[in-house]
Design a protein around this ligand. Structure first.
Ligand SMILES: C[S@@+](CC[C@H](N)C(=O)[O-])C[C@H]1O[C@@H](n2cnc3c(N)ncnc32)[C@H](O)[C@@H]1O
Length: 285
């Protein structure tokens, strides 16, 4: 194994660079999005269609301030394209900022024949959480705190971004803090995306939206590395008390699902996964 020998004799800094490059070659999410024929198959999307969509995503992220990167945008759209074409329901996003992910989801909603409901204060974050003075991102060894008003994207600014880069026609923007606005939610949901930073906001979203999520559907969140937020998904006591069910758990806890090198900010939970659709495997009885 001469290559292995050469690799192991290299300084760590060079090894890291090689690791990163090789990860990008083997996990290029944009290439997968465009050239994987399964992506968008349900909606008859050709490679050329997906190339054009990829250009739209790149154009939008280079013009809208975003708290998420392009890999996450490709992942979100790939997930939307996997939704059932026969039973279209509603896509919901909580946590809009300037609308970067909303633009992506609006493109997906238009193509899959769905409505996209966007919830945000449009005034930025509410008061930070007094009991969490420092956020705890152990996998990244990162900390800091949230302040009221951070990540503000004004209602009109988000609307004009959707008009310029996405599909405003399929969107409904609902303004207000979640503990009030979400209480009125009625529509069934088949894809939920939360990017809300705080434990209290995550709990509000689950409290008022989980019952509307169709069984087998996915809830993606962009807070996979914040352990206090992730803990909510495993807090059986809280789920039993408020949702009358067991905590569903969270895939990607602490380091995100493997779509980027070293870590990603996204993970997901599934509502009542249908195990009948899962494959049997030799190492399980
Ligand atoms: C990190 S930003 C969202 C980033 C966006 N998804 C993107 O990719 O650019 C978080 C958003 O959550 C909203 N938010 C958080 N907690 C909220 C609450 N309790 N009520 C309403 N909006 C809230 C903030 O206003 C902010 O727009």
């Amino acid at each position: 194994m001469p290559l292995k020998k050469i690799y192991s004799s290299l300084p760590n800094s060079i090894k890291k660079k090689i690791d990163k490059l090789s990860f990008n070659f083997s996990h290029n999410i944009e290439e997968d999005f465009i050239f994987n024929s399964k992506v968008g198959k349900n909606y008859n999307l050709s490679t050329n269609d997906k190339k054009k969509i990829a250009q739209l995503l790149k154009h939008s992220i280079s013009n809208i301030a975003s708290a998420t990167d392009i890999n996450i945008h490709f992942l979100l759209l790939k997930t939307v394209f996997a939704l059932n074409p026969k039973r279209p329901s509603t896509i919901v996003e909580c946590g809009v900022f300037k609308g970067a992910t909303s633009v992506v989801l609006s493109i997906g909603a238009k193509i899959t024949g769905r409505k996209l409901i966007l919830y945000d204060s449009f005034e930025g974050l509410p008061d930070g959480e007094k009991n969490i003075s420092h956020r705890y991102y152990p996998h990244l060894r990162v900390t800091g705190s949230y302040k009221k008003g951070m990540y503000k994207g004004a209602f009109e600014e988000v609307k004009s971004n959707l008009l310029a880069y996405g599909d405003l026609d399929v969107c409904e923007l609902r303004k207000g803090f979640f503990n009030k606005s979400l209480k009125k939610h009625k529509e069934k949901i088949d894809f939920l995306f939360l990017d809300v930073d705080l434990v209290s906001s995550t709990k509000d979203c689950i409290l008022y939206l989980w019952d509307h999520l169709i069984n087998g559907s996915y809830c993606y969140t962009d807070d996979a590395c914040d352990i206090d937020v992730v803990k909510v998904w495993f807090d059986n006591k809280w789920w039993k008390k408020n949702l009358k069910c067991n905590a569903p758990g969270y895939i990607g806890s602490g380091c995100g699902i493997p779509i980027s090198f070293a870590h990603s900010s996204v993970g997901y939970s599934i509502k009542e996964a249908n195990l009948k659709k899962y494959n049997r495997i030799s190492w399980l009885a």
